[in-house]
Write a protein that binds this ligand. Sequence first.
Ligand code: URP
Ligand code: ZN
Ligand code: ZN
Ligand code: ZN
Length: 486
Amino acid sequence: KSHSIPGFCGVGYGDSECGIGSSSSKLLIKGGTVVNAHHQEIADVYVEDGIIVSLQPNIMVGDDVTVLDATGKYVMPGGIDPHTHLAMEFMGTETIDDFFSGQAAALAGGTTMHIDFVIPVNGSLTAGFESYTQKAKKSCMDYGFHMAVTKWDEVVARDMEIMVKDKGINSFKFFLAYKGSLMINDELLLEAFKKCKSLGALTMVHAENGDAVAEGQKRMIELGITGPEGHPLSRPPVLEGEATARAIRLAGFINTPLYIVHVMSIDAMEEIAKAQKLGQKVIGEPVTSGLVLDDSKLWDPDFTTAAKYVMSPPIRKLGHGKALQAALSTGVLQLVGTDHCTFNSTQKAFGIDDFRKIPNGVNGVRSDICYRLCADNKYRMGAILAGSDADIIILNPNSSVQISAKSHHSRTDTNVYEGLKLKGKVEVTIAGGRVVWENDELKVIPGSGRYIKMSPFNYLFNGISKADAAYLSSLKAPVRRFRDQS
Ligand code: URP
Ligand code: ZN
Ligand code: ZN
Ligand code: ZN
C-alpha cells in the first residue's frame, strides 16, 4: 500500500502508514478517461478499502458498490501540494486555515495530499513536531511534514536525526529572510547542509537576502512609502537572485541536493537553470501565485485589496509568471506548490500603517488552478494504479468553475484569484477511498486524514557519494612541508 508518487519523494513513502484506518466503502468509477503521467486510457477503476484494486474496461460489480459515472470525463490522481502553512504562528498571528478548513478547501479543488512546514517552538524541533502533531489531529486528508530549522546547536542536530529516523520527515527548510525571526546565517546553513547530507534529508531554502531586505524596508520607510506597495519595492528580484545563487553555491560546496521553494522571479529561476546545466542537484518549486498573478494589485488604493497580495518573495511584475510557466514546461522547475498561508482582512490590517507588519502569505490551496499550466502531471500527482491509494478526482473538461471567496471553503474572507474562471471542473474528489466532494458539497470527517511518513535518500541523492569520491581522489596527496632543521 503506497502512494506511488513518482515525483517529489522519489523513493515513494517507504514504511508509510497509508492505508490504515481508511473507509471500507466500495466504489466503481465507470467509463472515464484514466490519466496517468505518461499514459491515458478509457477504463473503469474499482476501489475497495481505500485502495485501487483494479483498472480495466467493463468491470462488473454487485449492488453493494457505489457507481460513479465518469463518461466523457477525466479520472486523475488527486493533486499533491508540497507547500502549505496551516495553523502556522507567524508575524504575531496565526494563519486562519487550520488542518481541517485548509484541507477542506484543498479537497474541493482536487488536492488530496499536502506537505506542511513544521515551525519549531522556541527553536526546538521536538516541541514543534509535537505541536503540529496535535494541530493535525483534525485532518480530513493525508498530509506529511517538512520542518524548518531556525537555530543551531547540538540539540537541534540530534533532533534532526530523530525527525528523519523516527518521525518520517525527509526535508528541512532554511530561511535566508525574515531577519530577527526565522532567518539563519551562512555559518548555520553550512552546518545544517552537512547534517542534512549525512541523514539523506533534502535541504529546502527560502531564498531572499534578509539583511538586504531590512535595508530595502528602511529605505522605503524613509521615503514615506508605508503602504503594501512598499513590500515588493523593498525586496526586488535581485535579492531573490542573490540568495538563490548563494544557497546553490553553498549546497554545491557541501555537495548536497537542494530544493528552492517558492521561486518567484526570472532571476532565481535562471540561477537554478545555470546550476542544473553544470550538473548540480537543484530543483525549483514555483507556486501558483507566482505563475498566475502579477504585482499590479499591490498598488490598489484600497488597502484590503492590496494587502491580500503581500507574500514573500513578492509576486513579481508581469513577465516573470510567464517565464516561470515556460521553465516548468521545459523541466527547469519541477513541481508546483501553493504556499497556502492565509490571513484574513483583519489580520492583514495589522500593517495598515506599515507594510512591514502585514502578515506575509496568500491563499491558493487547490490544484485545479494549476491544471491548465502543466499538461504533464507527473511531478505533482500520484498515480491511478492497482495497489495505489485511492486519492482520485473526476474532472469534467466541459464544465468550468469560477474562483471566489464566497465558495472557496477556506476561512479567509478574500481570495487572490477572485473571479478567475477555470475551464475544467473537479466534480468529484475521492480521498482514501471515500467520496469527499460531489455535487458542490463537501463530506469531510475530521480525523480521517493520515500522517504519511517519508523516507530519506530520495532520488536526488543518486550520485552524491560518487561525486564525493571523485572530489577526494582529485585532491593530490597531502603536501608535507618540513621545517628547516638547521
Ligand atoms: O509569504 C509567505 N510565503 N508566507 C509563508 C511563509 C514562507 O516564507 O513560506
Ligand atoms: Zn518561505
Ligand atoms: Zn511558504
Ligand atoms: Zn493517500
